[in-house]
Each structure stands twice: as C-alpha cells, then as structure tokens.
Design a protein around this ligand. Structure first.
Ligand code: GRF
Length: 321
C-alpha cells in the first residue's frame, strides 16, 4: 500500500465535511490520513468528534490576536502534526497572503457554490434570489484571492420549489460530503499517479513548436521537426528498469553536467539506464512539490537541442529582442 498523504483539516463550526473526510479516510485504501483537526473556535462541535476519533486537535481563539499571529500559531500546529496539506472545511477566517503563499498547491477549500459564481458569503440566498435552477459546491485550490483558485471538482444540486437558504444548504452539504473526500484523495494522489503526470507533461511538451508524440520502446516520447525527420527531445519513463521513478528524460549539455546534477540533487535527478550513456538525465516527477516551471524549462532546453536550425533560428532572433 502506498504511503498516505498527511492532511490537516481546519474548521470553525459543525465540521460535517471534516467528519466526511475522516470516515472516507478509513474506508479501503484511501490516499490520505487526517492527522490534525484545528479550529479558531475551541467550542467548534467538530473538535469533539475528532478527539473521540483519536485524531490530534488544536484550538486557538483568534480574538485579540493579529491575523498574522493567529495564522502563525495555526501553521505551527500543522507543522507540528507533520501535515503536508491543509484542507479547509468551513474555516471562517480569511488567511494572510504570506500563509497562503507558503502553502500554494497544498491548501484546498470547499465552497458552497458553483464557482466562479457567488464567491464569499450567503451563497445559497444569492442563488435563490437570482432564480438559478441549480446550486452546488466546488473544491478549489486556495490562492490569495478569495475563492478564486483553480477549481478541482464540482457537483451541481438542483434548487426545488419552496427552498430556503437553510434547506438548500443542507442539501448541498450532502453533496459536499461525497465530493470533498474524493477530490482531496484524487488531488493528494496526483503527484504519484502516472496518468496525471503524463497528462501534465504532455501539455507542456506539445505546447512547444512543431512537436508530436510517438511511442518509443513502449514509452511515450515527444519529437520535434515533423513527421518524417522528427527527433526525440523527451521521453516519459514510468518505473523503468527497476527504478521507482516516474520521470521525464531530457537531454543535458554534457556528461559532466548530468553527473553533477545526479550528485548534487539525487532527490530530483538520476542517470537513466541506456539513455544516461548518451547524456540524457532522468528528472523525477513522482515526488511532492515538483516545480512544473522547471520541468517546462527542461523541456524547452531539450527541445532546442533537438530542433532543426530553421526553428531554433527564429527563437534566437526572438531572444535578441
Ligand atoms: C460548508 O458548506 C462549506 O462549503 C463551507 O462551510 C460549510 C461548512 O460546513 N465552506 P461543515 O462545518 O463542514 O458542516
């Protein structure tokens, strides 16, 4: 069984979404474990449940504290619990930008509307006033702008005659309890999911000029230069030759560079079987916190070294401006 991602759940109230996350984590081979439930309200009912379930809890009222100081205390508790992700579940605090930035890509929220509709509060009343046919809920990444990060998953919930904000809210919660655990599990499992990694790599590779994808020895490969004379500039290697790595193979400038990378950053780079001998480096993709801008830079570089002159010449000219 793969190692589980450690998540901290932050709540302010009932904590029904937190409970859904906890119980889902106990069914089968769930991709995450809830290692902490923390709240800005020591009376939050969800804390009692978490404690009864044997989960570490932390509570600190925010009254009389600056936002930064309160955030710092919450963050310290999260780090103490050794959590890799922060999952907000009805946490009714706006977080300071610096805190959010430090956890970018590792902080999720659930919001009771079909984002980008109805950011902020009173979502159900607003959907009713607007005469919408559906309300719903969205799981999204948290960025400094409120409720504006990438939407990871959504579910629609019909509005029925006679609905009040309260009746609608409780129906939407039923949907949230199904959606949130799934979306979290899928998200935290992404970094080791070969098809998600390949999809992301493909997006970057095929965004480069005159590229196509073609299988080579059973692995997806990316070529530049057209159907007949194309040259490979990247391969996707999924645990080849006994390595545990899912990796991008890209061309380096020299064997010295390759060996230096492998020696100084063995958690990122390795010398792949066969390809290593001709200066290709393996860049490990199945590790948390991969910097995809860096992957894109590797792809560009490798593309450039394989691309025909007529293509690189244009880029060289563009570079001089
Ligand atoms: C949920 O509706 C969630 O979308 C919103 O706050 C509510 C929390 O409810 N962010 P609960 O505490 O999980 O029951």
């Amino acid at each position: 069984m793969a190692e589980k991602a450690r998540i901290a759940v932050l709540i302010s109230g009932a904590g029904t979404n937190m409970a859904a996350l906890v119980y889902a984590s106990r069914i089968g081979d769930c991709a995450y474990d809830v290692v902490l439930v923390a709240s800005n309200d020591p009376e939050a009912p969800g804390l009692k449940l978490a404690a009864a379930e044997g989960i570490a809890t932390f509570a600190l009222p925010h009254k009389g504290m600056t936002r930064e100081a309160h955030d710092a205390a919450m963050e310290a508790a999260v780090r103490e619990a050794d959590a890799e992700y922060i999952v907000l579940a009805g946490y009714m605090r706006i977080l300071s930008d610096a805190f959010v930035q430090r956890w970018q890509g590792q902080m999720l929220n659930i919001h009771p509307s079909l984002l980008p509709l109805y950011k902020g509060l009173d979502t159900h009343a607003r959907a009713l006033t607007a005469g919408d046919s559906h309300a719903g809920t969205s799981v999204h990444l948290v960025t400094p702008e409120l409720d504006a990060g990438e939407v990871l998953a959504q579910v629609r919930v019909p509005i029925v005659t006679g609905d009040t904000p309260e009746s609608l809210a409780s129906r939407v919660k039923l949907a949230e309890h199904q959606l949130y655990p799934r979306a979290v599990a899928e998200y935290v499992g992404r970094w080791r999911d070969p098809s998600a990694l390949l999809a992301r790599l493909r997006e970057h590779a095929l965004a480069l000029p005159e590229t196509d994808e073609r299988e080579s020895h059973g692995s997806p490969g990316f070529r530049v230069g057209g159907e007949k004379t194309g040259k490979y500039f990247a391969y996707f290697a999924d645990q080849h030759h006994g390595t545990p790595h899912i990796a991008l193979l890209a061309r380096t400038g020299s064997m010295d560079e390759l060996l230096n990378l492998v020696e100084t950053q063995p958690e990122v780079y390795f010398k792949p079987a066969y390809y290593g001998a001709s200066g290709w480096v393996g860049i490990i993709l199945n590790r948390p916190g991969v910097d995809w801008d860096e992957i894109a830079t590797w792809l560009q570089r490798s593309w450039r070294s394989a691309a025909p002159k007529r293509l690189t010449r244009l880029l060289d000219i563009a570079d001089t401006f």
